[in-house]
Design a protein around this ligand. Structure first.
Ligand code: ACO
Length: 327
């Protein structure tokens, strides 16, 4: 079925507190040299007194401003996050309140670092298959609150932030040219981050392991170079798009070395591969929309320019997917 959904604006919000690699040496034994050479990350931003909801509300406000839409015309808000503040209300419900999008339905989805891509795909389907016309899609996370700050192998990698887009049903073709979302639940133990213990007086179960995020970095590294690579090739093939015709590659900003290896395997021109992880680290569900918003702000990618972009997300679940969009 031919659809007609487009991205009409982007926005992002980064908390102001910046933490350099050097500052991390007060918490564990590490060095700027190790972090930069293994990951490409130089600094990240973390929340001091804001929450995931606060970051996403700022993005919601900026999306309303940048798109010029009336909040009353927003039909839905979907937030992708793995670090919500509450079981209820969802982050999206509070965004709906704060931006006065009184006519919108709102909910969160959870797919770790792939969350924004999954939410973008879902939102396009909602718009294409219903009479809804405008949707806000936001990815936001405060991974700093779930990190094990004694584990140097993960604590150096992540940062906090949020970003998003406004989708509107318009004349013309959908912005999605092709996509494929995947999950490999068999590898779920490669990235674990528990929510609190069951406090019920009847509960007798125990949970193994420590609190805080735990990651098998090597396993994820290998998974990206094998499974995510295959997924990208498959999407290009089924979309009948030649990889040389892609204008920009926006990969989940998890590790510069990993992105470099993936780019080499795909034989792509490095100048087409956008990177900002040196400033923000891995911001989970916020990584892709922040990268997209920066590229729009610095006029690399113009909305309505017709540029072809490959978005690739991967993370906990393990979840992953690729999407070719025309912006
Ligand atoms: N500073 C100094 N040394 C360190 C640090 C650190 N911060 N962290 C680990 N080391 C040490 C280790 O202890 C180890 O020492 P040893 O050899 O004496 O045992 C050595 O460095 C090498 O450690 P490795 O774990 O082998 O390091 P590796 O080169 O594999 O890099 C990394 C680790 C950066 C995590 C990498 O594996 C990676 O980025 N993987 C991909 C992660 C990813 O993409 N995740 C995305 C999903 S995130 C989400 O969904 C929320």
């Amino acid at each position: 079925m031919e659809t007609n959904v487009r991205i009409i604006s982007t926005a992002s919000y980064i908390p102001s507190k910046k933490v350099t690699n050097k500052e991390l040496t007060q918490f564990f034994s590490t060095s700027d040299e190790w972090i930069v050479s293994r990951t490409g990350i130089k600094e990240r931003h973390v929340v001091v007194n804001e929450t995931t909801t606060d970051l996403c509300c700022q993005v919601g406000k900026r999306l309303v401003e940048s798109s010029g839409i009336s909040p009353k015309d927003i039909d839905f808000i979907i937030v992708a996050t793995m670090t919500p503040d509450n079981a209820t209300p969802s982050v999206a419900c509070v965004v709906q309140e704060k931006i006065e999008a009184d006519n919108a339905f709102a909910y969160d989805i959870s797919a770790a670092c792939s969350g924004f891509l999954f939410a973008l795909s879902l939102s396009e389907k909602i718009l294409s298959n219903s009479d809804n016309k405008i949707g806000l899609v936001i990815g936001g996370d405060t991974i700093s609150k779930i990190l094990n700050w004694k584990d140097r192998s993960t604590a150096v990698l992540f940062g906090d932030g949020a970003g998003g887009v406004v989708l509107r049903k318009e004349k013309g073709n959908s912005f999605i040219i092709g996509e494929k979302l995947c999950t490999d639940g068999k590898k779920n133990s490669a990235l674990l981050a528990r929510i609190g213990e069951n406090q019920s007086p009847f509960y007798e179960g125990t949970i193994d392991g420590e609190n805080g995020l735990k990651m098998d970095g090597k396993k994820i590294f290998a998974f990206v170079l094998k499974d995510v690579y295959k997924n990208i090739i498959e999407v290009l093939k089924k979309s009948l798009v030649d990889i040389n015709d892609i204008d920009y590659f926006l990969f989940h900003q998890s590790n510069g070395r990993l992105i470099e290896k993936l780019s080499e395997k795909l034989k792509i021109d490095k100048s087409k591969c956008l990177i900002n992880l040196e400033k923000y680290g891995n911001t989970a569900a916020a990584s892709l929309p922040i990268l997209l918003d920066e590229a729009v702000k610095n006029k690399k990618i113009g909305i309505g320019s017709g540029k072809l972009i490959l978005l690739v997300g991967y993370g906990g679940g393990l979840s992953y997917g690729s999407m070719i969009i025309k912006i």
